[in-house]
Write a protein that binds this ligand. Structure first.
Ligand SMILES: Cc1cc2nc3c(=O)[nH]c(=O)nc-3n(C[C@H](O)[C@H](O)[C@H](O)COP(=O)(O)O)c2cc1C
Length: 150
């Protein structure tokens, strides 16, 4: 199976840590940064991971743009990091809507905390300090492997 992961990770590189851990364990995965990735780059993969931090309750706009240009009926999985308690919110809601318009199949989603110093959180040393930690990275790898075995 050919897998590619497209990511955007501008705040502290938290989401990139998840991507790097998965790719270190599975070095056949192709990796693209979302703002420089072209739709053609993704035309030949069986499975595409879409990965970003959560910014203003959503995946990054560059990931939404990539999703909107995916081949129809693409199999995808989602990776994210976020700064705090989600309080029941579905941060993937917008992305799921875009993917649904491409008839994509979301085969799994993984998210974990990521160090956050946005806005006034900076004044208190930030939230989710130390995340993603080694456990988070192990869980991310296990998540990816569960997709391969499904
Ligand atoms: C502009 C901005 C907006 C954010 N909005 C949210 C949010 O709505 N919910 C949340 O849990 N975290 C939010 N965060 C925290 C990030 O999701 C978190 O730090 C994430 O790990 C950043 O990923 P990155 O380092 O890969 O960019 C926000 C951070 C920034 C910089």
């Amino acid at each position: 199976m050919k897998t590619a992961i497209v990511y955007h990770s501008y705040h502290h590189g938290n989401t990139k840590k998840l991507v790097d851990a998965i790719v270190a364990a599975h070095n056949d995965i192709a990796v693209f940064e979302a703002t420089t990735c072209r739709p053609d780059d993704l035309s030949s993969y069986d499975l595409i991971g879409l990965a970003s931090g959560i910014y203003y309750f959503s995946f990054h706009p560059s990931i939404l743009n990539i999703a909107a240009a995916l081949p129809l009926r693409q199999r995808v999985f989602l990776l994210s990091t976020y700064g705090g308690n989600k309080l029941g919110m579905n941060y993937a809601r917008k992305l799921e809507a875009v993917l649904s318009s491409r008839q994509a199949e979301i085969i799994g989603q993984f998210g974990c905390l990521g160090f956050n110093t946005y806005g006034f959180f900076k004044l208190f040393g930030g939230t989710a300090k130390g995340h993603p930690n080694d456990d988070d990275l192990r869980h991310a790898i296990a998540f990816y492997e569960s997709l391969l075995n499904a």
